[in-house]
Design a protein. Sequence first.
Length: 570
Amino acid sequence: MLAFVLIAFETSAQQYITPYEQSKGKETATYAEAIAFYRRLDAASPKITLKTMGASDAGLPLHLVMVSSDGSSDPAQWHRQGKAVILVINGIHPGEPDGIDASMMLVRDIAHGKKQLAKHTALAIIPVYNIGGTLNRSETYRVDQNGPKAFGSRGNGQNLDLNRDFIKCDSKEALSFSEIFHFVNPDILIDNHVSNGADYQHTMTLLTTQHSKLGGAMGEYLNKEFEPAIYADMKKKGWDMIPYVNAFGDNPSTGWSAYWDGPRYSSGYAALWHCFSFVPETHMLKPYPERVAATFALMESFIEYAGANSEKIKMLRAETHKAISTQAAFPISWKADKSKWSEISFKGYEPGKKPSEVSGLPRLYYDRNKPFEMQVKFFNFFEPNTVIKKPVAYIIPQGWWKVIERLKANRINMRQLKNDTSILVEVYRIEEYKSSPRPYEGHHPNSEAKLSSSTKQVAFRKGDWYIPLNQPGNRFLMEVLEPQGDDSYFAWNFFDPILQQKEGYSSYAFEDTAAILLRENPEWKLQLYEKRKSDSSFAKNASAQLNFVYQQSPYYEKEHLRYPVFRVVQ
C-alpha cells in the first residue's frame, strides 16, 4: 500500500514539473504547455483559478491565472477584503520568456504550499500575453541572447510590438488588456522583460514608474519606501539589482536618466490609473537559468512586500483616486530634470575599442576580465513640460467611434446626449504640428502640436458623448484627449482626418467671389495687404492669396483643423 501511495505521489508530482525544469533550464514552455500546466493546477488546487479572457490577434483567447490563499478568484472581492492585488504580464515580448517560466514555478509552489501567499495579497497573472509571437517560435530570434534554446518573436499576429500599444490599442490584445486591467484593478503591476544594451555584472535591472510622474503621496512613497525596500530584499536574496541601464554610448559609468515610460508602455499606462508599476529587465547575456531565478526572486519580493504593506498601499491609492477626481490641472508631458540625481552603485565591465573583423574599423567591446564598481549618477527626477487646466467635461461627436471604443474599454464614465443641443465650449484649432516621416508601429505619429483656442456655441447631436471630469480616470482622459500629450490620441493619428481639407474651389470661378468678399469686408482686404507687405513669398503667390481670402470666408469648412474634442469650461 505504501509503495502504491509513493508511486501515485511521484506520478502526481511529475505533472507539475515545468518544461523549463525538465530541460534543466535550457528550454521555455510553449504556449500550449503553459496553458495546459495552469489547467492542471486549477483542477488540483483550490488556490488557483484559470480564467479565459478577451481576444487576441492570434485567434486564441488571453488567459488570467487567479491566485489567492483563500481560493477566491473575484478581484472585486479581493479589494473588499483589503488584499494588495498584483497583476503580472508575461511574454509581451515572447523572445523574453523569463517571466513565463518563473511564474509557472511560482504558482505551482504556492499551490503546493511550498511558497506562502500572504492573507492580504492576491495574484493575477497573464501567462502569455503575446500569443501570436509565442506561436512564431524559432531558435534564431534575439541573436545576442544567452538562452533558452527556442522562443517566440517580438511581433504579434499583426507584427505589432505590444509594449507600444497600451494607448492606441491597434491589437485585440491591447483592447482585451484594458478590460483585464480594470477587471483586476491592480495595486501593483509587474511586466517581465529581458534587456538589450551594454554589458555589465548585474543580472536583474528594474524599470520603475518614474516617481515624479506618478506624483503626490504615491510618488513619494514609491521613491522613498517601496522601491528601496525591494532593492534591499533582493540584495538579501543574493541579487544585486540596479535601475534599468538606460545608457546609450560606450560607457554607462557616466550615468543615465530614468527611462521615459510614456503611456504607450505598460508601466506608463498603469501609472495613469494610479498603480505602482514595474518592468523587471534581466540582462540578455546572463545564462537563462540565472535570469529565471532572478525573476522568480523579484516576484517573491514584490509578493512579500505587498503582503506586509497592503494597508498602506491601498490607502495611498484610495486617497489618490479621491484627489484626482477634484484636481484642477494635469501635466500631460514631461522632461528630465538634469539638475537632480541619485547616486547608485554600478558594477560594470571596462569598455574598450579593437579592430572589427567585419569592417576593420574600431568596434566597441566590454572586457569581462576588467570588472569595476563605482558610484554613478542616476537622473531620476522629471518635471512637467506642459500642464493643462482640466475642463468641466469633454464632448466627442459620436462619429469618432474608435476613440469612444477605447474609452469604453477603460471604463470611463460618460453618457450620450439625449437631444440635439447647442453648448458653449472651448474649441481647439491645430495651427502647427509635425508628423513622423517614417512609420512607427503602424502610424506616423504627430508631435509638437501648437494650438489656438476660442469659445463658441457648437451644435451637438443626440448620441454625442459627454464625458465629465469628476472621476478617477481624469488623468487618463487628460493625457489621451489633450492633443499636446506625448501619447494622446491626436499623437497616434486618431484625428488625422481633420488635418485634410475636404472642400475646395475652382480658382478661376472663386476669383470673382473673392473680389466681392474683399469689397464687402474691408478688414480682410487690409489683412491681405499687411500679409503681402510682411511676406515676400506670399506676395508673389497668387494661389496663396486667393486661399487666404477663402479661409476667411463662410465657404471654408469649419471642420478643417478643428480638433473634434470639445472642452466644456463652465
